[in-house]
Ligand binder design. Structure first.
Ligand SMILES: Cc1cc2nc3c(=O)[nH]c(=O)nc-3n(C[C@H](O)[C@H](O)[C@H](O)COP(=O)(O)OP(=O)(O)OC[C@H]3O[C@@H](n4cnc5c(N)ncnc54)[C@H](O)[C@@H]3O)c2cc1C
Length: 467
């Protein structure tokens, strides 16, 4: 009793109101909040006055109503694997974490849909789909920790976009709670529904600035029984682009991954201290992980043989077992090797494929001219026009970060690219939104924010300034 009194004394009015409305078990305070990491690959911890862990949509609505009444800023947390400072908080913030809304409510195998709560980890969705003879196509390296609510809010992309699209393409309906506590239930279960505005789109890719996603209807696919996978070595970019077209045609529409590693990244992840070894010589300019979900191994082999004959590719290794397939993916996914050179900055940009070679060469040249020994590693979901750079410029000062960002982002304006392919904007890319979106677009974004959250309380300051 004495302890509860102490907690309540040291808390603000809004915290007391949240504890009254939701109970102490749902509201974490002090070290229970501060001991939690602020995000993957971050070394700081969460700063917030209270962290609310609702179990139901009604509790989310209650928490938001209380915060709305007290004009209290709120930040939403999923699995905290986001890479653009979208879930960062201030000490005065209230955090709503979806971690206890983690149930799969229903799997409708015949209709190939699944109804889930927003805090369910992506991997659990994938495994549940598989246990019902289905497949949920979204896949990314953070699958074990990221949540479906976070995937929706960032419109996550990942490894199979070339075939199945982004998260947006896998959501049939969703439920969200607005800042004033209004529950918008748009749990559509049909593939086609053009009756008025498609309201779910307001909450997909808007990074928790317009509402809290609480539940969703996911569109699954029939389980895929074959996934032939190969790693291919290619001499230069021209051959790489032609091989993409060749592979897409040769696999008859089954190309599901075209993951490219530049030579510098391939060497990084296939030599010590990295655990994986190099399945192909390290002398090629580019390496492609190619996967054809639903294709046969014969089709893959025949496509590769034709590519050899046409001298599009220099070498290839085809996975002969599931273990070998996983080994090839492990090479591609070993992104944490860049932290050997910490501090490292991650970039996620998008541009038309024919412009990619000149763009990347330009970024390398500018970095080399500005920094004595910056390390650069490049990879990406190249089939989707998406490149990731990991850049270790040598120090982590704000000035260095801004100069590196200028090297990567500024050229995108001229060539019509995007500063964010799939990670979102958050706080990190906010200064660069205006490079790739015009004033009219940003103004319309502001008007939507104003309509749904007029007090500007939900994930404030993220993506753009509300006024
Ligand atoms: C190793 C690794 C690999 C990755 N690979 C990819 C990749 O291939 N493709 C890709 O797109 N991303 C990738 N990411 C980035 C990240 O995993 C995704 O952005 C993911 O979708 C974030 O989900 P989360 O649950 O961790 O969200 P969080 O990090 O918790 O939050 C992300 C944003 O969404 C908001 N949010 C979270 N939950 C909700 C909710 N229920 N309602 C409203 N807003 C909410 C937050 O406020 C924040 O703005 C990768 C990250 C890592 C670490």
């Amino acid at each position: 009793m004495a302890e509860l009194a102490k907690v309540v004394d040291s808390s603000s009015e809004v915290t007391r109101a949240l504890i009254d409305a939701l109970g102490a078990e749902t509201t974490l305070l002090d070290e229970d909040v501060n001991a939690r990491g602020a995000g993957i690959w971050r070394t700081d911890t969460i700063r917030a006055q209270v962290l609310v862990r609702p179990k139901t949509t009604e509790q989310v609505a209650t928490a938001l109503k209380v915060c709305h009444m007290h004009e209290q800023p709120v930040v939403i947390h999923g699995g905290l694997t986001g890479l653009v400072e979208g879930a960062l908080t201030n000490q005065g913030d209230v955090v709503i974490s979806l971690e206890r809304m983690n149930e799969i409510e229903e799997v409708l195998a015949l209709e190939r849909t699944m109804i889930v709560q927003a805090g369910v980890p992506l991997q659990m969705v994938q495994e549940t789909a598989q246990s019902h003879g289905l497949m949920f196509p979204l896949d990314l390296g953070a699958r074990g920790s990221c949540t479906i609510g976070g995937n929706i809010s960032t419109n996550a992309g990942g490894n199979r976009v070339i075939r199945y699209g982004m998260t947006r393409d896998m959501i049939l309906g969703l439920e969200a709670v607005l800042m004033d506590g209004t529950v918008v239930s748009s749990m559509n279960q049909m593939i086609k529904n053009n009756a008025g505005y498609d309201l779910k789109q307001l909450f997909i890719g808007t990074e928790g600035t317009l509402g809290v996603v609480t539940r969703a209807v996911l569109r699954c696919r029939e389980e895929v029984r074959s996934q032939p996978t190969a790693l291919v070595g290619i001499a230069d970019f021209d051959h790489l682009v032609r091989f993409l077209k060749h592979a897409d045609r040769g696999l008859g529409g089954n190309l599901s991954a075209f993951e490219v590693m530049w030579n510098d990244y391939y060497r990084l992840v296939s030599s010590p201290p990295a655990q994986n070894s190099a399945p192909l010589s390290s002398d090629y300019g580019f390496y492609v992980l190619i996967e054809g979900m639903g294709a046969t191994e014969d089709t893959l082999m025949s496509m590769l043989n034709d590519a050899f004959e046409d001298e599009l590719i220099a070498d290839a290794v085809v996975a002969q077992s599931e273990a070998q397939r996983m080994d090839i993916w492990a090479l591609r996914d070993d992104v944490e090797q860049v932290f050997q050179f910490a501090p490292a900055m991650w970039f996620d940009v998008s541009l038309r494929i024919p412009l990619m070679e000149d763009y990347v060469e330009g970024v390398y040249a500018r970095l080399q001219s500005e920094f004595d020994d910056a390390k650069v590693f490049t990879l990406g979901h190249m089939g989707d026009g998406n490149i990731h750079f990991a850049i270790a410029p040598g120090d982590d000062s704000v000035d260095t970060r801004r100069r590196v960002e200028a090297c990567v982002y500024e050229p995108l304006k001229r060539i019509g690219g995007s500063v964010s392919a799939e990670h979102g904007v958050g706080l990190e890319k906010k200064p660069y939104l205006g490079l790739v979106r015009d004033e009219t677009e940003i103004d319309l974004m502001r008007r939507l924010k104003q309509a749904l959250d007029p007090k500007g309380l939900l994930n404030p300051g993220k993506i753009f300034d509300a006024s």
